[in-house]
Design a protein around this ligand. Structure first.
Ligand SMILES: *[C@@H]1O[C@H](CO)[C@@H](O)[C@H](O)[C@H]1NC(C)=O
Ligand SMILES: [Zn+2]
Ligand SMILES: [Zn+2]
Length: 477
């Protein structure tokens, strides 16, 4: 304890002399940072340099406001601490305002099939990890557009992907570790469409360093023609660290709207009932959800939300919002199949089980659980059962009902075994439910059964149908 006072004294001497000096230096470096940031990302002309030091000059205040507004900060027009903090964050090197290239307008690819080439690699990640992340990142965009991609190994691809440090042959040298992570060029010939990643970053598969998949998905959005979004939830928001880890690599509605405004929605899948000669299919998620003929593949609750699965997508209905969100399944759970058969949530295990054919998968929130898919016969179904139509978990009894054709089985979730005495006839125990089921879920003690565009609300205690509704009645159309 003898040393303590001395340390304190030293500190008083050193610390009290320091602040003035330091704040002056901070002020200086903040002004340099501001000038650099506004020039790089907010189209501040070089002729404006003289004004930057006079922070209160009109044009600079306006630029600061523009930046604060874009990045979702409080618009003060002043270089406050939040603003300084944001300027230190890792981000994409593409400007937020103004054009990255001299090409005016909204460039987009005039073809739907594009090639890409991974020209070289970082040493931070195994090559196959980079390969698979690039593939995943492209798939995220492919899901919601008519665009398709194929990889080439030599020659000039539409999208050339490189890792480089500092000066690397364009007018935008990288800046060493931190700050600028990558940049990409909008569609067009030559360098356009290309994506460059700063190899002075520490690229990782997880969130411990800079997550490569996340940055790649963002940069490829530029390669396809998207600019930055002011929506902090969007993949195209310019700052890196508001997006947390690989679980978050998915498009927001803002990204989907953006990319579909350039390329439109994906073509209807071959097994969909839309006739090829009919007018344009409605934009997924918006018009389709209010189609009175809408049916679902499967429905499940997930942590208080309801997920309505259809082909490659699902609607996500929360009780907070009136209009459901619409997402590709793969943007949350890349290994899940499309066109699933059944899904149910076991709330006590915080798990959702997803069925397709004779396999099932388990997810927890937006994570896929290890050890899946498993065969449905491990649950105790006889070999004659090839697929499940619908499933419901009864929270109260901790039992799951599996519906297959006109029969149902009951599974004890506590004992993890199929109950004896099944299958039974659906129509006998669920009077009023006599058509083949597509989907089912439980909410507030009621069972909701879906068959085509009809929905039956069933009271399991009274053992009767209490309402007949349209399948999409949950969407407030
Ligand atoms: C990758 O290729 C680019 C363009 O040819 C070059 O500038 C860069 O230095 C290369 N990077 C590595 C890590 O070899
Ligand atoms: Zn960007
Ligand atoms: Zn570059």
């Amino acid at each position: 304890m003898k040393n303590l006072p001395i340390l304190l004294l030293l500190c008083v001497a050193a610390c009290s002399a320091y602040p003035l000096d330091r704040s002056a230096r901070d002020e200086d470096s903040n002004m340099d940072l501001l000038q650099d940031y506004l020039e790089k990302y907010y189209d501040l002309g070089k002729e404006m340099r003289q004004y930057v030091r006079r922070k209160d000059s009109g044009p600079i205040v306006k630029k600061i406001q523009e930046m604060q507004k874009f990045l979702g900060l409080k618009v003060t027009g002043k270089l406050d601490s939040d603003t300084v903090e944001v300027m230190h964050k890792s981000r994409c090197g593409v400007p937020d305002v103004g054009h990255f290239t001299t090409f005016p307008g909204m460039p987009k690819w005039s073809k739907t099939h594009l090639t890409y080439r991974i020209v070289n690699y970082t040493e931070d990640l195994p090559r196959d990890a980079v390969d698979s992340d690039v593939e995943k990142a492209l798939k995220i965009w492919e899901e919601v557009t008519p665009l398709t991609f194929s990889r080439i190994y030599e020659g000039e691809a539409d999208i050339m992907i490189t890792f480089a440090v500092r000066e690397h042959g364009d007018f935008f040298p990288f800046d060493g570790p931190g700050k600028v992570l990558a940049h990409a060029y909008p569609p067009g010939p030559g360098v356009n469409g290309d994506a460059h990643f700063d190899d002075d970053e520490h690229w990782t598969k997880d969130a411990s360093g800079i997550n490569f998949l996340l940055v790649a998905a963002h940069e490829l959005g530029h390669s396809l023609g998207l600019y930055h979004s002011t929506n902090t939830e969007a993949l195209m928001y310019p700052l890196y660290n508001t997006l947390k880890g690989p679980a978050r690599v998915r498009l927001s509605q803002d990204d989907v709207t953006g990319i579909q405004s350039l390329y439109g929605p994906p073509p209807a899948s071959p097994d969909s009932p839309v006739e090829p000669r009919e007018p344009e299919p409605p934009a997924p998620g918006t018009l389709a959800m209010c189609d009175p003929a809408l049916s679902f593949d499967a429905i499940s609750t997930l942590r208080g939300e309801i997920l309505f699965f259809k082909d490659r997508h699902f609607w996500r209905k929360t009780f907070r919002t009136l209009v459901p969100e619409f997402h590709p399944i793969s943007s949350f759970w890349p290994s899940l199949p499309s066109g699933i058969d059944a899904a149910y949530e076991v709330t006590s295990r915080d798990s959702v089980f997803i069925f397709k054919g004779n396999k099932f998968w388990a997810i927890r929130g937006n994570e896929e659980q290890a050890g899946y898919p498993r065969g449905i016969h491990t649950l105790g179904f006889p070999p004659t059962v090839r697929k499940i139509d619908a499933a419901i978990f009864d929270k109260e009894k901790q039992k799951t009902y599996f519906f297959v054709e006109d029969k149902y089985w009951r599974f004890d979730e506590k004992r993890q075994s199929m109950e004896p005495g099944y299958p039974k006839q659906i129509a006998e125990d669920f009077p009023g439910i006599d058509s083949k089921l597509d989907a089912a879920f439980e909410s507030f003690g009621f069972f909701y059964f879906f068959s085509g565009s009809s929905q039956f609300e069933f009271d399991p205690n009274a053992k009767k149908v209490t309402h007949v509704l349209k399948s999409n009645s949950w969407f407030n159309c």
